[in-house]
Write a protein that binds this ligand. Sequence first.
Ligand SMILES: CC(=O)SCCNC(=O)CCNC(=O)[C@H](O)C(C)(C)COP(=O)(O)OP(=O)(O)OC[C@H]1O[C@@H](n2cnc3c(N)ncnc32)[C@H](O)[C@@H]1OP(=O)(O)O
Ligand SMILES: CC(C)C(=O)C(=O)O
Length: 517
Amino acid sequence: MSEKLVIFDTTLRDGEQAPGFSMNVDEKVRLALQMEKLGVDVIEAGFPISSVGDFEAVKKVAESVKEIGVAGLCRANKKDIEDGWEALQSAPRARIHTFIATSDIHMKHKLKKDKEEVLTIAEDSVKFARNLCEDVEFSAEDATRTDLDFLCRVVETVINAGAKTVNIPDTVGYTAPIEFEQIISTIMNKVPNVDKANISVHCHNDLGLAVANSLAAIKAGARQVECTINGIGERAGNASLEEVVMSLYVRKDLFDYVNCTVNTSELYRASRLLTSITGVEVQPNKAIVGKNAFAHEAGIHQDGVLKERTTYEIMTPESVGFPSNKLVLGKHSGRHAFVQRLQDLGFELQSYDLEKAFAKFKELADKKKEVYDEDLETIIENQISEAKEFYSLEYLNIVSGNTSIPTSTVQIVDEKGNITTDASTGDGPVDASFKAIERITGIPGRLKKYRINAVTAGKDAQGEVVVSVDFEKSGNEITGRGYSTDVVEASAKAYLNALNRYLLRKNSKIKKTSEGI
Ligand SMILES: CC(=O)SCCNC(=O)CCNC(=O)[C@H](O)C(C)(C)COP(=O)(O)OP(=O)(O)OC[C@H]1O[C@@H](n2cnc3c(N)ncnc32)[C@H](O)[C@@H]1OP(=O)(O)O
Ligand SMILES: CC(C)C(=O)C(=O)O
């Protein structure tokens, strides 16, 4: 029979303690509702005494969620606990979480108290909290640097005082799996009343061991894990919720004695919501939720995944709600992935010369970080039709300034070598240039997207302009790129590049399995 493992999410409390992660009341409520959807058992909504805003946030979260537990952190004193209880009262399941440090370093330098004084404060605080609230958690801050005999006395005392959960935090991320497993085992074996409470752990990531330590503690008998979405939290953060949960899920064979009821398919959404609220992205290689967590660029891996996904994937992207696995085409890719992507884009293998196209692709991949679908389309379309450019830019002159109407004079050469010159005014020099091109070619286009990137550094940076244009109201957005140290010239080139690609497709004999230009 497996035992329930309580997932205690502290994204809204320890998570927001880190610089850059503060959340306001509405943001906390939004995230709390997502955490409820995710199916965590308890959320720690804040530290009510810390500010009026945080009191309000804990109160609003308590009022907003339907069934999960809501905790508020309180120091071990009456004022904090009363305040916390006031904020929590309307929660469907309120939990007062009170704490005090038990390590010699903290007691001597920070609290300026001895062991007996701290023990009494811990006991009194838990008793006081239990008079207000059924569900009380106690944390022995800096437990992993606490004298183990004293830690066992503290745990026994607070359980006798009524704590239902006793948390053993690795406050400064100091312990290691082999040691933490022993600490928890000792508590499980030596504390006589330990069966009357749930032992919890709360691991920080200063040595990058927070998840490993949490898993070691589960092995030793801990049945609550405190963690945060994206692993955010004080300093290097807390154990990442998604990593703990997916470790238990993927390695059910190792953890079949615990039952975790988190709905894993909501993990990615929770991570994205946190990112959009705080504006802090996770690193691309972040386990479970990073942009590259399910991406493969290496040719041998891509080939393996195409033949059998499990060769290089230990979980499906769907299992964590990740959009899909992704074969990124770059300089490490091989022919299997290249052909697969072209097939997905609708190009039949027999319609192009694979070796030539692949060589062109590798050449391009050496210059660019990632090769996009439009680049592949251009490679194939150019190869098959061997078409020359329909239009190319010969000359461009703009008049612009804060007192003149922007005007652009453009000269274009068509595929037969005819040169045409025309001019137009516009809302700006770029708009005027596009209008002049439209006058010359007679092909109307609606600009849908426009982006400038600097592709080299310094004052003489090469600018890359990327445009998406819908020509002749076809309903298709055609992408074009242009490069120049002059952004207006790069824009005109990008527009013409899109136009040439449009005409190429329109006139192309390329057989595409999916229709549409
Ligand atoms: C490991 C952790 O993550 S613990 C949680 C850490 N989170 C935070 O601190 C965020 C919220 N904190 C705050 O807003 C403020 O620190 C407050 C409102 C709690 C307190 O502010 P202040 O009253 O100005 O005190 P300040 O923060 O400067 O110092 C902390 C005081 O609490 C005492 N204290 C620290 N922990 C505890 C505890 N668990 N129980 C009782 N007292 C404690 C300290 O000894 C110090 O007391 P002193 O003033 O007698 O020296
Ligand atoms: C208050 C406790 C749980 C804490 O955040 C820590 O020790 O890191």
